[in-house]
Design a protein around this ligand. Structure first.
Ligand code: NI
Length: 177
């Protein structure tokens, strides 16, 4: 296992299209372990493959609390089957160090994916929970969509980005839902 460098906002791999995983091979399992190790080493809640420069449809999440046992979740080839409701809360992203901004998300999400053993599963996340928001945030990474594209307040987000010397919002990528 290895800790990988996390790609920062402004680098092209965050916007590149991702490919389906053909088979959950040993190589893919090793990649997933690297993603988990990288996420834990940065105290992140989630990490998507494009964030370590790999254009595959994989993300990992762990929403366990500080004094709880680790609870890694692995999503390979995820599909969002249902979503409903709407909620606006603050988010951050490992590719945007120290940047936080309010983002609009669905409250409820149902996702189908493959796990690290190649088994298919369906998961629901309700009530705008951290898990629900993390699934949507990480899924977006696989589509080349970043949380600032969904920000609730463009001006405030611009200020946050400028404060941390990150590139400006790409106006043509803004999503209003
Ligand atoms: Ni992110």
């Amino acid at each position: 296992m290895a800790i990988k460098r996390i790609v920062k906002y402004g680098e092209p791999s965050l916007r590149e299209p991702t490919k389906e995983v053909f088979k959950v091979s040993k190589k893919i399992q090793d990649l997933v372990h690297d993603m988990l190790e990288t996420m834990y080493s940065s105290n992140g809640v989630g990490l998507a493959a494009p964030q370590i420069g790999v254009n595959l449809r994989i993300f990992v999440i762990d929403v366990s609390g500080e004094n709880e046992p680790l609870h890694p979740l692995v999503f390979i080839n995820p599909k969002i089957i249902k979503k409903s409701g709407s909620i606006c809360t603050q988010e951050g992203c490992l590719s945007f160090p120290d940047v936080y901004t309010d983002v609009n998300r669905a409250e409820y999400v149902m996702v189908k994916a493959t796990d690290i053993k190649g088994r298919s599963f369906v998961m629901e996340a309700k009530d705008g929970s951290l898990l629900s928001r993390a699934i949507q945030h990480e899924f977006d990474h696989l589509e080349g969509i970043l949380f600032v594209d969904r920000c609730a307040d463009v001006e405030q987000t611009e200020q946050e980005l400028a404060k941390h010397n990150l590139p400006k919002i790409e106006q043509d990528r803004l999503i209003k839902e």
